[in-house]
Design a protein around this ligand. Structure first.
Ligand code: SF4
Length: 64
């Protein structure tokens, strides 16, 4: 099973990942990023991959 991992040291909470995959990533009012569901599924895979590509800090990775 593939899982979403975020390096919180790199993340600057600009919510670009949330813009493409709001069902997976959410930045709260305190500028903290939360992974709502870390499981990569057939249904969300393309959006998660878009989020990985759109992160300017390269903070998101996928792990098997
Ligand atoms: S796009 Fe990257 S830097 Fe921006 S909130 Fe998401 S993980 Fe953090």
């Amino acid at each position: 099973m593939t899982k979403v991992k975020v390096d919180y040291e790199l993340c600057e909470a600009n919510a670009l990942c949330e813009a493409v995959a709001p069902d997976v990533f959410q930045v709260d009012d305190d500028d903290m990023l939360h992974v709502l569901d870390d499981e990569v599924t057939e249904e969300n895979r393309s959006r998660v991959e878009q989020a990985v590509a759109s992160c300017p800090r390269a903070a998101i990775s996928l792990e098997d």
